[in-house]
Design a protein around this ligand. Structure first.
Ligand SMILES: CC(C)(COP(=O)(O)OP(=O)(O)OC[C@H]1O[C@@H](n2cnc3c(N)ncnc32)[C@H](O)[C@@H]1OP(=O)(O)O)[C@@H](O)C(=O)NCCC(=O)NCCS
Length: 167
């Protein structure tokens, strides 16, 4: 692996245009149809938990988190996670994910959920949500609905429809 002078830092409001361009490169036009995208539409963002990765002045990676709830339980949803295709496979996605999870833990969050590829996210100890526990406002392959408990016991009381907290 080539050594990169990667700079990780919390997201800032002025990063938004570069993050939009990065997501377009990483996900392509199909991103707008995804249930995770629709859930996030118009939703608030936890910018304090968002992390960017840059090489020089080029923003090469970003992970965001948004506040969601299921009934009385409030927790966060990770995503989008995007790494520029020309910088893929160098550990940037992993570094960003770990940094965002650590920020969520430090902020006292009890649970992180996401919609994504289990073979990628199990390395961060995400696991499939048990069948029937959580639903999203749109179709989701249940094998892609994953969660990671940050506070022991938090998941025990969590069930129902996941809704984004509106901005
Ligand atoms: C998925 C993504 C964030 C990974 O970023 P990255 O910086 O390349 O990831 P890392 O370098 O930390 O990890 C690379 C490893 O993950 C594996 N990997 C990457 N995407 C994967 C996937 N979808 N499923 C399973 N494994 C995957 C690679 O094969 C590699 O494995 P290795 O460590 O055994 O060689 C990036 O490829 C991306 O932005 N993809 C398009 C957008 C996307 O799918 N985002 C996540 C949606 S929830």
């Amino acid at each position: 692996m080539t050594t990169l002078s990667l700079v990780l830092r919390p997201e800032r409001p002025e990063d938004a245009p570069a993050i939009d361009r990065l997501q377009a490169r990483a996900f392509g036009p199909g991103r707008f149809a995804r249930t995770a995208y629709r859930l996030r539409e118009g939703a608030a963002e936890r910018m304090d938990l968002g992390v960017t990765a840059s090489v020089g002045s080029f923003l090469v990676g970003s992970v965001r988190m948004g506040p969601v709830r299921a009934g009385p339980s409030a927790f966060v949803m990770l995503g989008p996670l995007a790494v520029d295709p020309s910088f893929a496979g160098r550990g940037i996605g992993g570094t960003l994910t770990r940094a965002a999870l650590e920020a969520a833990r430090q902020a006292g969050e009890g649970l992180v959920i996401l919609v994504g590829d289990a073979p990628y996210y199990t390395r961060f100890r995400f696991a499939p949500v048990p069948p029937g526990r959580l639903t999203l406002p749109g179709p989701v392959d249940p094998a892609r609905l994953l969660w990671l408990e940050l506070q022991a016991g938090f998941c025990a009381g969590v069930s129902g429809l996941v809704e984004a907290v509106r901005a």
